[in-house]
Design a binder for this molecule. Structure first.
Ligand code: ADP
Ligand code: ADP
Length: 222
């Protein structure tokens, strides 16, 4: 049985932070659409250069481009036991396309943890976020500082502030989330697979809630 989970929540909710730890614990890949776009930009691929035109102004990359990229990623062998999706789907059209992709391979989404965090907290989190160049590990200047300033604890690479984490772009991204991604809460709630998780707590407390939730699904597979 393949388990697919979608981590839903506004920018800054902690999806990436949590998905990395939980995916490692469950032994399935963490697929972050934002990380894949940034990796492509680093390598100056056509996809990366195109996506960056949208990313740098806080808009969403077009659905067709994004869906194609995720379809290819899901088809790789490391997704044989499932995956955690972080940052995808982000629009109703992407959600429908994702359902189709999973249906084609005889799967469906098992659970959608919705990480809720008040807007004021999101702004503080995004403005202090530090991201690692090599693998996209995230830290926070105050709430989750690296052991050595400017250096990733996990791979020693440089930490930088994402261009789209500047205040003007953050405000736009939160607006875009409200307009285009928030409708997915109802979409998954109607299907009975959405579970709210209070993301306005310590990183460790949120992690343990998420692990309990996802392990329940894994146990019910046996
Ligand atoms: P998302 O992927 O949802 O945009 P991130 O996981 O990148 O969010 O987290 C955004 C920022 O908030 C990062 O700087 C991260 O270190 C910090 N952060 C994540 N979870 C928490 C938490 N529970 N409490 C405080 N800061 C957090
Ligand atoms: P955050 O979790 O902080 O919002 P992400 O790393 O998930 O940031 O995404 C960064 C940017 O990449 C988004 O603002 C958007 O431009 C683009 N992006 C990521 N995922 C998608 C997606 N599923 N659809 C369209 N654009 C996306």
């Amino acid at each position: 049985m393949r388990d697919f989970f979608v981590f839903l929540g506004p920018p800054g909710a902690g999806k990436g932070t949590q998905a990395k730890v939980v995916a490692a614990r469950l032994g399935i890949p963490h697929i972050s659409s934002g990380d894949i776009f940034r990796e492509n930009l680093k390598n100056q691929t056509e996809l990366g250069i195109l996506a960056n035109e949208y990313i740098k102004v806080g808009k969403l990359v077009p659905d067709d481009v994004t869906v194609r990229m995720i379809r290819e990623r899901i088809s790789r062998t490391d997704c044989g036991a499932g995956a955690i999706l972080d940052g995808f789907p982000r629009t109703p059209a992407q959600a429908k396309a994702f359902d189709e992709i999973l249906k084609e391979i005889g799967c469906q989404i098992n659970k959608v943890p919705y990480i809720k965090v008040p807007e004021k907290v999101l702004i503080a989190r995004l403005s202090g976020r530090l991201t690692c160049r090599a693998k996209g590990h995230v830290f926070h200047k105050l709430h989750n500082p690296p052991r050595e300033s400017g250096v990733c604890d996990f791979d020693g690479s440089e930490l930088y502030q994402r261009e789209d984490d500047k205040p003007e772009t953050v405000a736009r991204r939160i607006r875009v989330y409200e307009e285009q991604t928030r409708p997915l809460v109802e979409y998954y709630m109607d299907r009975g697979i959405l579970v709210e998780v209070d993301g306005d707590r310590s990183i460790d407390l949120v992690t343990s809630d998420l692990i309990n939730l996802l392990e329940e699904v894994e146990k019910s597979d046996v």
